[in-house]
Design a protein around this ligand. Structure first.
Ligand code: GDP
Ligand code: IMO
Ligand code: MG
Length: 424
């Protein structure tokens, strides 16, 4: 069973880090294939909490090779900070690799990200301001700099100067910012290159060789289905492809290598930043979920918007990513409610929608259609067997399974490693 993809089925922060860490034990390699340090994946090992932004969530296991694939945009300063932080905590980074073809997040990307958001004013996307959109734009416009450019500072400078010709015009004339100095960037990135050189590799080749040898390779998605640049709630999305298809492109493997696609499903839904969110609870119930679930951004600290579970979204994620199974996380957070709502469809202008609407107006204005089920009002934190779950919790899960059309194989009932229920 060599190739497994894990994706977020909602708007990110579903608990991908925890599920990756749990499944990674049986893996030989964990690969990030898209996104950048806009991601924030939390893993709790004993009493230690780790927050990964770029490094794959398998790094805590010494037997695992952790790879940043070509589809990721890499801020080298952030990466070095993360590597240093891990080493300071006694975690080995010897088996870490970064693709020579991954694009670099440059200092002007960060400034442009913030400047664009300011210009958008009320229509802002609410980005993480990590330069992700501008870095992917440059990649697609073919004026990006790649990790391999850092291995030859002459090439790096040439490409940088070409990019700065345009960027400095935009920064000074459109946004009224100061221009960037090529010498300073060359000096900084030259320093990063020295630190990172030993990790730079042709990762597509490395991953394919591992698969050829029958090794288990895990592709860890960042963000979530509805933040996908093609399939998400555009323009309130990120600039990469978090859906399962993104793993093949972003790691350089063929689709026939993939045996399983695991969807991570939070037992309710959250969203950070702007954009439509049909089941959002902008009220006390939403606040109760946020407080019990600790729903504050791992990357930016912003309070996450919270809402009831949405089966339309799960069906959609299943459709665009071909899920073979799901992991339901944070079920324990719902223990505080006597009644729980499940969104089974949307209604807009008298029409019912079972499938995710393709038209943005419908997504923005639809009203969720709910089913109400009984809550369980008891702690789940120490339960490790499915049969020991309260009957009402089992019913809630059965409904999610039925509505989503995908089997639930894991249920997470707390942030710690041991707080997990596996199901055959
Ligand atoms: P990711 O971006 O999908 O990896 O998710 P985040 O790490 O950003 O957010 C998930 C948060 O929920 C983290 O703080 C996790 O420690 C925590 N978490 C994960 N699973 C559970 C769970 O089952 N119950 C509770 N209460 N917290 C969880
Ligand atoms: P993980 O991997 C939740 C959101 C931002 C914003 C939009 C665009 O932890 O699930 P960007 O900086 O990517 O241009 O911002 O996407 N966003 C996330 N929301 N979890 C994430 O990652 C996110 N990464 C980006 O809040 O709405
Ligand atoms: Mg997160």
């Amino acid at each position: 069973m060599p190739g497994i993809i894990l994706i977020g089925t909602q708007w990110g922060d579903e608990g991908k880090g925890k599920v990756t860490d749990l499944l990674a034990n049986d893996m030989d390699m964990v690969v990030r294939y898209q996104g950048g340090d806009n991601a924030g994946h939390t893993v709790i090992d004993g009493n230690q909490e780790f927050r990964f932004h770029l490094i794959p969530s398998g790094i805590l296991y010494s037997h695992i090779t952790c790879v940043i694939g070509n589809g990721v945009v890499v801020n080298p300063k952030v990466l070095i900070g993360e590597l240093d932080g891990l080493e300071a905590r006694g975690i080995s980074t010897d088996k870490f690799l970064v693709s020579c073809n991954a694009h670099l997040v440059m200092p002007y990307h960060l400034v442009l990200d913030g400047a664009r958001e300011l210009k958008l004013g009320k229509s802002e996307i609410g980005t993480t301001r990590k330069g992700i959109g501008p870095a992917y734009s440059d990649k697609t416009s073919r004026i990006g700099l790649r990790v391999q450019d850092m291995l030859d500072m002459k090439i790096f400078r040439k490409k940088l100067e070409a990019a700065l010709n345009e960027k400095n015009e935009i920064l000074t004339k459109i946004y009224g910012f100061k221009p960037f100095d090529a010498d300073k960037i060359v000096a900084d990135y030259g320093g990063y290159a020295e630190r990172l050189e030993k990790y730079i590799a042709d990762t597509s080749l490395v991953i394919n060789k591992a698969l050829d040898e029958g090794k288990n390779v895990f592709f860890e998605g960042a963000q979530g289905t509805l933040l996908d640049i093609d399939h998400g709630t555009y323009p309130f999305v990120t600039s990469s492809s978090p859906v399962s298809g993104g793993a093949c492109v972003g790691a350089g493997v063929g689709p026939r290598r993939i045996d399983k696609v695991v969807g991570v499903v939070k037992a309710y839904v959250t969203r950070v930043g702007s954009g439509p969110f049909p089941t959002e609870l902008d009220n006390e119930t939403g606040d109760m979920i946020r407080e019990k679930g600790g729903e504050y951004g791992t990357t930016t600290g912003r309070p996450r918007r919270c809402g009831w579970f949405d089966a339309v979204i799960l069906r959609y994620a299943n459709m665009v990513s071909g899920l073979t199974e799901i992991a339901v996380t944070k079920l324990d957070v719902l223990s505080q409610f006597e009644k729980i709502k499940i969104c089974v469809g949307y209604e807009y202008e008298g029409k019912m929608y079972d499938n995710f609407p393709s038209h943005q107006t419908v997504i923005h204005k639809c009203i969720p259609v709910y089913e109400e089920v009984d809550g369980w009002m008891e702690s789940l934190n120490d339960i490790t067997n499915y049969d020991d779950l309260p009957k009402a919790a089992q019913k809630y899960l059965a409904r999610i399974e039925k509505l989503g059309g995908v089997p639930i194989k894991m249920i997470s009932v707390g942030p710690k490693r041991r707080q997990i229920i596996f199901r055959d």
